[in-house]
Every structure is written in structure tokens, then in C-alpha cells.
Design a protein around this ligand. Structure first.
Ligand code: 13P
Ligand code: SF4
Length: 309
């Protein structure tokens, strides 16, 4: 167990190194509490991409998973993007390979591919437009085609298909963390907390989504929590979300309905890792230039579409 004094020293050290390196620290909403506390910006995939695209800092210290840091490197080739833990991956992003996608495209000539940002740079480069959970519905609706092929998340794709008029087909990937949440656990939490509302991420299984009062990205959950009149909120996403939810809403109660809602990759990055990465300027994320340019075109198209939630 790290003692508090050591933790405070590490936070100070990270802050000092960030200044020294002219660096900005971006952290996803699932990161450890202490990482979120030190970060210049915490956010969902969309907010972090937007910040990476517009920041004037020389260095981006990216605390999240690899596809997110890769997106920052794609959008900001003039900045040095470093990841304290480059081994922090996203299993869903690895569920579709470029070979798989090429085969799927051959089966549907001319059908635009909408790629969730939870994909590798090589997959983005083969796609027409990207989306995140915060703009997926708008992105799919923005495509000038009756048909859309969506990758890699079957659950997000199914969720979008519920409201979109497009004829959609999709790849069969999924998030192992969100998939672990079972409808029975949500029902149990609802029964134990009469009057509570249930908000969930669209990466959850459709049987869980069906039970939700609201479905949105991680940042959408902060907005929902502030605006709802309910005092108890059951939250269907990774438990790192609790840090800001509790801080911003001290009068409300938040319940994570399953102990399994933890993404091991998101928890890899520690303050020690951040100190080492900044001191040694190591673990620089780069993307091959021909791939980067194609992937950037798909990300830029996405950034021109407003958020859903
Ligand atoms: P958000 O874009 O909603 O933060 O989601 C990213 C993610 O990886 C969810 O598992
Ligand atoms: Fe990937 Fe799921 Fe972890 Fe998000 S929570 S980074 S989708 S494995």
C-alpha cells in the first residue's frame, strides 16, 4: 500500500515534469483516481481527441489505452505523444484485423464503413469515418448512403440501429468489461434502490441497454448525473467513472451494479509510470505516415459532426 505522503510527492513530481516538458496530461474517465486528479483534462474518447487536435502543448502525456493515444498522434503529428504504459491496449480494438475488414468491404462494394474509435490506426485508415459513443448516432446518420457497415462493436452498432433509419450491418466485436454486466445484476440493484435511475454505456449488451433510463458516453454520464432529479443513480460502465461522479455530485448516491465492471488495461497506468515516461521521454507513440493520413481523414470527418450526448 502506497502511503499518502508518497502519493502526494508523486503528484507534485508529475506536475513539475509536465511544466518542464511543456506537456499536457490527458486522462480517460476510467483512469485511476490519482491520475484523474493530476490530469489537465479528463474526458471521453471524443473530448480527448478534440483536445489533442487543438492543444498547443509540445508534448501530450496520454493516460488511457493505446487506440486513444494513437488517435492523438494521428491528429497532432507536430506533438510528441507519450503513453506511460504502451502495453495498455483495448481488447475490442484487436477483435478486427485489416484483413478481416478488407474481406467485409469486398462483400459490400461502395458501402461506407463507420469505425468506432476503439480500433487500430490501420483499421481507421481503411474506414470512411470514425465515431465515438458520444456521436455514433449522428455520425451514422450523416453518411450519404442508405447502407452502413459499422465496426467493431456489435453492441454499440445494435444500439445505433435502434434509432437510425440506415440499413446497418456490423462486425461481431465487443468490450469484455461491459459484456460482463448482466441484466439480473441491474434488476437486483433497481429492486434494492426504489426510485433509482439506470444509466449505461452503449457498449453494454442489448439486454442491459433495454433496462436503461439513459444511454450515453462516459462524459454524457456526468451531464446526466447533474441534470437528473433522481438521488440514486445506477451506473453501467467501468468503475473509474465514480471518481468525478462523486466529486461533482456529493449529494447523490452512485451504484455500480457489478464488481466485474473494471477494465484491467485502464488501470495499468500509475503515477510512477507517468514520472518515468516524462523523465525519460519514452514510449513515444507514432503512426506510419501513409496510414496516419488516411486515418486522419476518417477522424477529421468525425470531428466535424456534433456530439449526440
Ligand atoms: P467513451 O468514449 O464513452 O469514454 O468510451 C470509451 C471506452 O473505451 C468505453 O469502454
Ligand atoms: Fe476497451 Fe472495454 Fe476497456 Fe473501453 S472498457 S478500453 S472498450 S476493453
Amino acid at each position: 500500500m502506497k502511503n499518502n505522503k508518497h502519493m502526494e510527492e508523486l503528484k507534485k513530481e508529475v506536475r513539475a515534469l509536465l511544466k518542464e516538458r511543456d506537456a499536457i496530461m490527458l486522462a480517460h474517465n476510467y483512469q485511476r483516481d490519482e491520475i484523474q486528479e493530476v490530469a489537465d483534462l479528463t474526458g471521453d474518447s471524443l473530448a480527448l481527441s478534440q483536445e489533442a487536435a487543438k492543444s498547443t502543448a509540445k508534448v501530450i502525456l496520454f493516460c488511457g489505452v493505446r487506440f486513444m493515444a494513437e488517435s492523438a498522434a494521428i491528429l497532432s503529428p507536430d506533438k510528441t505523444v507519450i503513453m506511460p504504459r504502451p502495453d495498455a491496449g483495448c481488447p475490442m480494438a484487436d477483435m478486427i484485423t485489416p484483413e478481416d475488414l478488407i474481406k467485409e468491404k469486398e462483400k459490400r462494394p461502395g458501402v461506407p464503413v463507420v469505425a468506432y474509435v476503439n480500433t487500430t490506426a490501420a483499421i481507421k485508415a481503411l474506414s470512411d469515418i470514425c465515431c465515438t459513443s458520444a456521436n455514433a448516432v449522428r455520425v451514422v446518420n450523416s453518411v450519404a448512403s442508405e447502407r452502413v457497415y459499422m465496426i467493431p462493436d456489435k453492441n454499440l452498432s445494435h444500439y445505433v440501429s435502434l434509432t437510425s433509419s440506415k440499413k446497418m450491418q456490423w462486425w461481431h466485436g465487443w468490450c469484455p468489461t461491459h459484456e460482463r454486466l448482466k441484466p439480473v445484476e441491474v434488476i437486483k440493484a433497481k429492486d434494492a434502490n426504489p426510485g433509482a435511475v439506470f444509466v449505461c454505456h452503449p457498449e453494454c449488451h442489448p439486454d442491459v441497454v433495454k433496462l436503461a433510463d439513459h444511454v450515453c458516453s462516459t462524459s454524457g454520464m456526468y451531464k446526466f448525473a447533474k441534470e437528473t432529479s433522481a438521488k440514486t443513480i445506477i451506473v453501467g460502465t467501468e468503475m473509474g467513472i465514480l471518481y468525478r461522479l462523486k466529486k461533482e455530485n456529493p449529494d447523490k448516491k452512485f451504484i455500480i451494479p457489478s464488481k466485474a465492471l473494471i477494465c484491467p488495461n485502464m488501470k495499468l497506468t500509475t503515477l510512477e509510470d507517468a514520472v518515468i515516461a516524462l523523465k525519460e521521454m519514452k514510449n513515444i507513440i507514432t503512426v506510419d505516415e501513409s496510414v496516419r493520413l488516411k486515418a486522419k481523414a476518417a477522424l477529421d470527418k468525425m470531428l466535424a459532426v456534433p456530439r449526440d450526448v
